[in-house]
Ligand binder design. Structure first.
Ligand code: SF4
Length: 240
């Protein structure tokens, strides 16, 4: 028995709508709470703790004990499990405990700021780290220094690193160059990185200008490692 518990907003399954695993069936575990308040956040409903956790068509009371959580997840299909939010690393101990008891491929979808939450255990046992590089033009503040610290911690990670950059119509060349410097610096020390550019989707509408695409293409030409441009597929398909 373990006494760990967490506030979970929802547990559901869908396809992975972003990044290099796009299209694969996943179980998603969405934790409540986030340490950032991004302007464009499309999961603002996850910022506060909720009384209930929704699991497909039933509800259970929060917080959810780790034993209850393991039982629920063990009975769900699919081999990929995404911890998302909110910011999942707020619950890093809970995630760690879950990984010890589950036989799933673990994917953590993080805002790339809570570097102090990355334990040696997570470094060894998380299969995929999907890390947002948040641009000032998109979130309204500059947090590159936190991203540097976060990526520094992941240099010895065993899993795949997927750096995801959401850009908007206001994104500047200087910001994209900063992404290039950060990701190239990381690649020199850990080759297991892919970079994904993702146009901002608001109300299921993607707005990209030709000059922005040129800016992204030019950056893609300069990178030595795998880089892609992919929109959010789940929003195009209008699924969760
Ligand atoms: S980090 Fe993610 S969940 Fe948190 S406010 Fe930003 S977009 Fe929303």
């Amino acid at each position: 028995m373990s006494n760990k518990e967490a506030n979970i907003l929802e547990i559901f399954y869908s396809i992975q709508g972003e990044g290099i695993l796009v299209g694969l069936p996943f179980i998603f575990v969405r934790f409540s709470e986030c340490n950032l308040k991004c302007n464009y956040c499309d999961t603002k409903f996850s910022w506060d703790k909720k009384e209930f956790c929704n699991i497909e068509n039933k509800k259970i009371r929060n917080p959810v004990s780790i034993d209850n959580f393991i039982e629920i997840i063990s009975n769900l299909p699919f081999e990929y499990l995404s911890f998302t939010g909110g910011e999942p690393l707020i619950n890093s101990d809970y995630i760690e405990e879950s990984i010890k008891k589950l036989n799933k491929k673990i994917f953590i979808e993080t805002n790339g700021t809570l570097y102090e939450k990355i334990s040696d255990f997570l470094l060894k046992n998380v299969n995929y780290w999907s890390i947002d590089i948040k641009l000032p033009s998109v979130i309204g503040k500059n947090i590159f220094s936190l991203h540097y610290k976060f990526f520094e911690k992941l240099i010895n990670a065993s899993g795949k690193i997927i750096a995801k950059v959401i850009f908007s119509k206001d994104t500047t060349l200087k910001e994209i160059e900063e992404v290039e410097i950060l990701s190239n610096h990381f690649y020199e020390q850990n080759k297991n990185i892919s970079l994904v550019f993702q146009p901002l989707t608001v109300n299921n509408i993607i707005k990209i200008e030709k000059n922005q695409l040129d800016m992204i293409y030019n950056t893609m030409k300069n990178l030595k490692f795998e880089v892609r441009l992919i929109p959010q597929i789940h929003k195009i398909l209008k699924i969760p």
